[in-house]
Write a new protein. Structure first.
Length: 437
């Protein structure tokens, strides 16, 4: 649940402008508050601000803006005037809960900068915070009547309508916001929340996934998504979301409570799934190989390997069969088709072992186990290595750590170069492959 790659670098791009405008400031706020990487970039910008070749006023305004966005204390702007200073003072007042002061400052900013609908949208938000929905809607409807198509406008419109108790109309406004900006986190969260209540889980999950990972403001989205995934029995996904929520906000009691519940039910979940699977497989796995019409070569090879029933066969992997003398790709294809007809596949028991190992890792919360739960894509492997990971059904970094060098080298097209690549990537994270016995 990573942020949109198109966002990366926007903080530096905005801060490179010689002078801030209210529009740039609000864009910077959205980027830095909704993306953890961009938030770090802004923190870096604040630390080097004094050394930049800007006017004293521009530095003061930027310092106040940066500290506001980063949720820090007011740096003071009493000596500065203008729409940007008014905007910052208004937003700081809004954060303090001083709605009257916020409205006064934002009105002043809108008057100084009459061609900035963004300040007026923020003024509408201040009215909403003060429960003045009629005043807020008057501003928003006027801007909309002027032909403005702005995601923030539609979001605040939805918020105002929601406060009036008109949920259906609010959802329509949130949909308008997302039509303008598909990644608008606030609109996605509110719409997902109502779809969740209505039972439209599929759409709600899709929208929550747009929001998760976009910063500490959206921890609730991660928790809500986890609950939906748990309802769908995707326990791995649910626990991943809750652990991510705890990583962003370690003191979040709601996330901690649900995470504890999920982990406690993990054994029950896997035991129940295993029981159902065993009931289905029990009779199938006892079917003798002799019941099937296989080629002479395949039958002879399986007999020499002491494979007598389907249960013996599914314990073999592609690599183990291909390593046997006279057993080639044609025989392998024949075996695969046979197993698929029964809902089976080669190496399937090894997959189950991986799932149990992953479940055990989830029960621990230390740094190494957190890294092991990350998807294998985080290693950013080469195309050849990635394809080999897919063949081995490796989904997480923990899965690959269950493999030894010999296991990987036995995979077709996985050579020493790929092995060195994997080892180097793991070493960067302080991890390694399974040692040889």
């Amino acid at each position: 649940m990573s942020a949109d790659v198109n966002v990366i670098g926007l903080v530096d791009e905005i801060c490179a402008q010689p002078q801030f405008t209210p529009e740039l400031l609000l864009k910077l706020r959205g980027v830095a508050r909704n993306n953890l990487a961009e938030r770090k970039a802004l923190q870096q910008r604040l630390s080097v601000l004094e050394g930049e070749s800007l006017s004293a006023e521009e530095k003061a305004l930027r310092k106040a803006a940066f500290t506001w966005i980063l949720d820090r204390s007011d740096q003071g702007l009493k000596d500065y005037h203008g729409s940007l200073a008014d905007l910052i003072r208004g937003e700081l007042a809004l954060d303090r809960g001083d709605h009257a002061q916020a409205i006064q400052q934002l009105k002043a900013g809108a008057q100084r900068h009459p061609n900035s609908p963004k300040i007026e949208i923020e003024l509408a938000a201040a009215h909403l915070a003060s429960k003045q929905t009629d005043e807020a809607l008057a501003i928003l409807q006027r801007l909309e009547s002027q032909g403005l198509k702005d995601a923030d406008l539609f979001f605040q419109k939805g918020h105002a309508i929601e406060m009036q108790g008109r949920q259906e109309a609010a959802c329509s406004a949130y949909e308008q916001a997302l039509a303008v900006d598909a990644q608008h986190a606030d609109a996605a969260f509110r719409l997902a929340y109502y779809l969740d209540l209505r039972g439209d889980d599929k759409k709600a999950i899709e929208l929550y996934k747009r929001v998760t990972g976009q910063g500490p403001s959206f921890v609730n989205a991660m928790v809500n998504l986890a609950l939906l995934l748990e309802d769908q029995e995707d326990m791995d996904g649910a626990i991943h979301c809750l652990k991510e929520a705890m990583r962003v906000d370690p003191q979040n009691r709601r996330a901690a409570m649900y995470l504890r519940d999920c982990i406690e039910s993990l054994d029950m979940y896997y035991d129940e799934n295993e029981r159902k699977e065993n009931e289905r497989l029990e009779s199938v796995l006892r079917i003798p190989i002799s019941d099937f019409e296989l080629s002479v070569r395949s039958r002879n090879c399986l007999a020499k390997m002491n494979v007598k029933a389907l249960g013996d066969l599914v314990r073999k992997t592609d690599q183990e069969l291909l390593s046997y003398k006279n057993f080639g790709e044609t025989s392998l294809t024949e075996i695969r088709h046979l197993l698929e007809s029964k809902g089976l596949r080669l190496g399937m028991f090894k997959d189950e072992e991986n799932k149990r190992a992953r479940a055990n890792r989830m029960r621990s919360g230390n740094t190494e186990n957190a890294a092991m739960l990350k998807p294998i894509t985080d290693l950013e492997l080469s195309v050849r290595s990635r394809k080999c990971m897919q063949k081995l059904n490796i989904e997480t970094i923990g899965d690959i750590m269950e493999k030894s060098e010999a296991d990987l080298l036995a995979t077709k097209n996985f050579g020493q170069t790929s092995l060195n690549e994997v080892k180097a990537k793991l070493a960067e994270m302080g991890l390694s492959l399974k040692p040889l016995n």
